[in-house]
Design a protein around this ligand. Structure first.
Ligand code: A2P
Length: 267
């Protein structure tokens, strides 16, 4: 199987059975022509998952690139997010996202941050309603704590399909991963590269052993843990590099070593 096909097919299954590609392209701080080009490069390289947000201001470019890529809409998993400042205006905000993207549904819609630091089950309830209306295949949250996930479930009986949080070996916390897993909430990690020192000697040694780059080791580590990763790049070579993760495997000792790079920054 060729590399593009491997990237496209690598996925996790959400609690409902929806298939979510395990590798996506992050688009924070990508705008204009460079956002459009990045999405096109990524789709050519085999990515089938693009992460955007109302707050990124690039949904229109993302939608144009998906439309012009030649990849059928239903083969691309697109996430966008409700800004916390739009709590109370959920339907209007999703309609605006869909208009900008040129789509009639998104694959995943997230509450971008807990509004004013609170879980807001009332907002979550409205995401569930919009999902029931067919406007989002899956709904979830971002930057929520485990306690806040539980508050949503207590109030509505429904857990988010996904919690997107900052994640990398430097931020690894086994209990956080296990708390998500035991609830059936898929952990999706953002900023996998920015939160790391790519020159860390432990990382460089593992990369040299496998003849890959430190960035590829970090992203492969996410895959080994079944964590969805959305590295951001607007550079064609780095977009391709970040998807070339299927020609090597990390060993158990490699993974254990990477797990201990955690510097407890989250604490
Ligand atoms: P660029 O867009 O110029 O490629 P994160 O996804 O962790 O937030 O990281 C994004 C940052 O990491 C961006 O500045 C991006 O820059 C850079 N980056 C993306 N891929 C790689 C890579 N393979 N090696 C080094 N830096 C990378």
């Amino acid at each position: 199987m060729d590399e593009q096909r491997l990237v496209a097919d690598a996925s996790v299954e959400l609690a409902s059975g929806t298939v979510m590609p395990i590798l996506g392209l992050g688009t924070w701080q990508a705008s204009g022509r460079s956002a459009f080009d990045a999405v096109l490069y990524a789709l050519e390289a085999g990515y089938r998952h693009i992460d955007t947000a109302t707050a990124y201001g690039n949904e229109e470019r993302v939608g144009q690139a998906v439309a012009e890529s030649g990849v059928p809409r239903e083969h691309v998993f697109v996430t966008t997010k409700l800004p916390p400042s739009r709590a109370g205006r959920e339907r209007e905000t999703l309609a605006e996202s869909l208009g900008a993207l040129g789509f009639d549904y998104v694959d995943l819609w997230l509450i971008h941050w807990p509004p004013s630091g609170r879980s807001r089950p009332d907002v979550w309830e409205r995401l569930l309603e919009l999902q029931a209306d067919g406007l989002a295949r899956e709904v979830g949250v971002s930057n929520y704590s485990i306690r806040q996930l539980d508050e949503l479930e207590r109030a509505t009986g429904r857990l988010p399909a996904v919690n997107q949080i900052e994640w990398s070996p430097a931020l690894f916390e086994r209990d956080v991963l296990e708390e998500h897993r035991s609830r059936g909430v898929q952990l999706e990690g953002y900023s996998p590269l920015k939160t790391m020192n790519l020159r860390d000697p432990r990382l460089v040694r593992i990369a040299e052993e496998h003849r890959v780059t430190p960035a590829q080791v970090i992203l492969r580590w996410h895959l080994e843990h079944r964590i969805v990763a959305i590295p951001k790049s607007t550079n064609a070579e780095r977009i391709a590099e970040n998807a070339a993760l299927f020609g090597f495997e990390l060993t158990r000792p490699d993974i254990e070593q990477l797990d201990t790079i955690s510097d407890s920054r989250r604490a």
